[in-house]
Design a protein around this ligand. Structure first.
Ligand SMILES: Cc1cc2nc3c(=O)[nH]c(=O)nc-3n(C[C@H](O)[C@H](O)[C@H](O)COP(=O)(O)OP(=O)(O)OC[C@H]3O[C@@H](n4cnc5c(N)ncnc54)[C@H](O)[C@@H]3O)c2cc1C
Length: 365
């Protein structure tokens, strides 16, 4: 089977790896647009705390979190670093009742998702032992199975493995054109490439790719500005991901680095800039919770465009009425968590292989 994949973020990289290791002939295009979400993503992999009212979406999130462990196992034999570390997550609040409700909800999911791990209530003093920059007065719920994932590293590792399995990766922009009944891909030099399956994993740029072939794809972006702070010499390797019960968070990485953020901005278009208001919001929210970060070094602020579909559900499946065209998009704010698994599902679809996961609720309309 010959497949063309357009977009090498976490979703495309995973799709390419799964297809190539199954023997498919894969060509991947990536234009490296500024704002690629995977390169900016914070890296929280703890989807169980999310709203669970949409059972289908929650089912996908649970499967996605579980699948990281399988990817880890697949790469551990050759010692490749996939940037995944199950360091646990610490949910914080001044309101102990909110934490009790969350604990009870998560306990209810343990049967289906034992990877949530041990749930432990911690006092403000214990919370500061786990994450020393915190202010006092915040109670915590520690979620043993929470993890962090370095999106850049994971996507690069998956891509390298895809190439090792025979995939061709082209740093080029692709476009799509109708040729009679079929859709073909056109490279940056105007050469036409055909494939049994064209898989669009182009994030927020997918609508402009699909418009010329008459496929409406209502994906919009939410800009995130996210800041990397350095705590020179401090060993942050085993610090947990910290989730105050608001939209801002802390993700510690191995190299004395704490990622804090992020803004969540609609209606800004493809505006790839760090703004004064964005930087202010990120730092003031971070320091209000963790004043111990005040003296950290500001290393960089990244900008990423999260792809959002018309509903909270990702879009995964074949485009109705168009032969050989598969879409994966709308991973929104959880793409680093579910992207590797969604890539497997897209690969199974292209290979017409039973995945054991019903994609019907996620089908493009
Ligand atoms: C600030 C921020 C924080 C986040 N935090 C988290 C988190 O903590 N946990 C979590 O799970 N998720 C998080 N996310 C969400 C996650 O990063 C995204 O959902 C995910 O990365 C989307 O991946 P993708 O592969 O669909 O798209 P992208 O990573 O955006 O990749 C799309 C790629 O397609 C390429 N492309 C587009 N059009 C073309 C074309 N015509 N030709 C060739 N190439 C093309 C682009 O150049 C790009 O490289 C965060 C996102 C942001 C921005």
């Amino acid at each position: 089977m010959r497949a063309i994949i357009i977009g090498a973020g976490i979703l495309g990289a995973s799709t390419a790896w799964h297809l190539a290791r199954s023997g498919a002939d894969v060509t991947m295009f990536d234009a490296a647009h500024p704002g690629n979400a995977t390169a900016a993503g914070a890296g929280i992999a703890c989807p169980w705390v999310e709203d669970d009212t949409d059972a289908e979406r929650y089912r996908l999130c649970m499967a996605g979190a579980r699948y990281h462990r399988e990817v880890l196992a697949a790469f551990s034999a050759d010692g490749a670093d996939i940037g995944f570390a199950p360091v646990g997550a610490l949910v914080l609040s001044e309101d102990q009742e909110r934490l009790a409700k969350l604990e009870s909800r998560l306990t209810g999911h343990l049967g289906d998702a034992p990877e949530i791990g041990a749930l432990t209530r911690v006092s403000p003093a214990e919370a500061r032992d786990l994450f020393p920059p915190l202010r006092d007065g915040l109670h915590g719920l520690r979620i043993g199975g929470g993890a962090r994932v370095d999106g850049r590293l994971l996507a690069a590792t998956l891509l390298r493995a895809a190439i090792a399995a025979g995939a061709v990766v082209r740093r080029d922009s692709a476009s799509l054109r109708r040729e009679g009944e079929r859709i073909v891909c056109v490279d940056g030099d105007g050469a036409i490439l055909e494939a049994g399956e064209i898989i669009v994993t182009s994030g927020v740029w997918a609508p402009q790719l699909l418009a010329p072939i008459g496929v409406a794809h209502p994906v919009t972006l939410r800009r995130g500005q996210i800041t990397h702070l350095g705590l020179g010499g401090v060993d942050t390797r085993n610090w947990p991901v910290v989730l105050p019960l608001n939209s801002h968070y802390f993700v510690p990485f191995d190299d004395s680095r704490i990622v804090v953020g992020a803004t969540f901005e609609a209606e800004v278009g493809f505006d790839y800039r760090v703004t004064a208001a964005g930087q202010h919001e990120v730092l003031s929210r971070a320091l209000a919770i963790a004043p111990g970060l005040a003296d950290a070094t500001l290393i960089e602020t990244r900008i990423g465009f999260r792809p959002f579909g018309p509903t909270d559900r990702p879009i995964l499946g074949r485009v109705p009425g168009v032969s050989g065209l598969i879409l994966g998009n709308g991973l929104a704010a959880t793409g680093l968590t579910i992207g590797p698994y969604c890539g497997k599902l897209l690969a199974d679809l292209a290979l017409e292989r039973e995945s054991g996961f019903d994609l019907t609720p996620f089908a493009p309309r």
